[in-house]
Design a protein around this ligand. Structure first.
Ligand SMILES: *[C@@H]1O[C@H](CO)[C@@H](O)[C@H](O)[C@H]1NC(C)=O
Ligand SMILES: *[C@@H]1O[C@H](CO)[C@@H](O)[C@H](O)[C@H]1NC(C)=O
Ligand SMILES: *[C@@H]1O[C@H](CO)[C@@H](O)[C@H](O)[C@H]1NC(C)=O
Length: 176
């Protein structure tokens, strides 16, 4: 986000910068699915990305629910703005119906192999979700205040709680 501020008579441009600080992926129910890998890779200072793969142990997947919660660090991570459960299969049929789910869906889906209607008959891959994209999306599409955030996603597949993904990002503003 470029925000034009007038400080006295001096123009000052504020840009936002997002950094991945951590990712945690936890399998809760191996009988349905499990993480094969999940990592942040820093290619260089500006090119960082997240990749993950979920191996399915039960197919097909016919129902999905995703609990999406945003947390912000104050004195420990506290709930911030959203805590919301989406019916994944219904969402994929009609993403425009639900603006909040669409916002988070637009963050992840372009980098996955799950942007299609249910059922799922294959493993799930998130390939190289890069920080520039996230930066753009988080700061230009919906401006958030500076701080440390955690996006928590709890995935239920075929009615079992199966996966938790926590993505940690730091958001800062730079004046230039
Ligand atoms: C960082 O790596 C990407 C991908 O390899 C490359 O396109 C980009 O030019 C690199 N940037 C710097 C500053 O080296
Ligand atoms: C969001 O709300 C649900 C249901 O109240 C709760 O189980 C979950 O722990 C909350 N998520 C976070 C990250 O606080
Ligand atoms: C998902 O796929 C549909 C149909 O191909 C496409 O119109 C939409 O832009 C895709 N959504 C995302 C978030 O990639």
């Amino acid at each position: 986000m470029k925000l034009f501020l007038l400080v006295g008579h001096i123009g000052l441009t504020i840009s936002s910068l997002t950094e991945f600080t951590n990712i945690q992926c936890k399998t809760l129910d191996k009988s349905v699915a499990e993480f094969e890998y999940c990592y942040i890779k820093a290619v260089n200072r500006t090119y960082k990305y997240i990749s993950l793969k979920v191996k399915m142990n039960q197919l097909p997947i016919t129902t999905t629910k995703v609990n999406i919660a945003l947390l912000k660090r104050y004195n420990g991570y506290k709930p911030f703005l959203y805590n919301y459960t989406v019916d994944g299969c219904r969402y994929l049929e009609n993403p425009d119906q639900n603006p909040i789910a669409k916002y988070f869906g637009d963050l992840y889906l372009p980098f996955t192999n799950i942007n299609h209607s249910c059922p799922f008959n294959h493993d799930i891959i998130l390939e190289k979700l890069n920080i520039q994209f996230l930066n753009n999306h988080l700061t230009k599409v919906l401006p958030f205040p500076e701080g440390d955030y955690c996006l928590s996603m709890i995935w239920s597949l075929n009615n079992a709680r199966v996966l938790i993904i926590k993505t940690y990002v730091a958001l800062s503003k730079i004046a230039n």
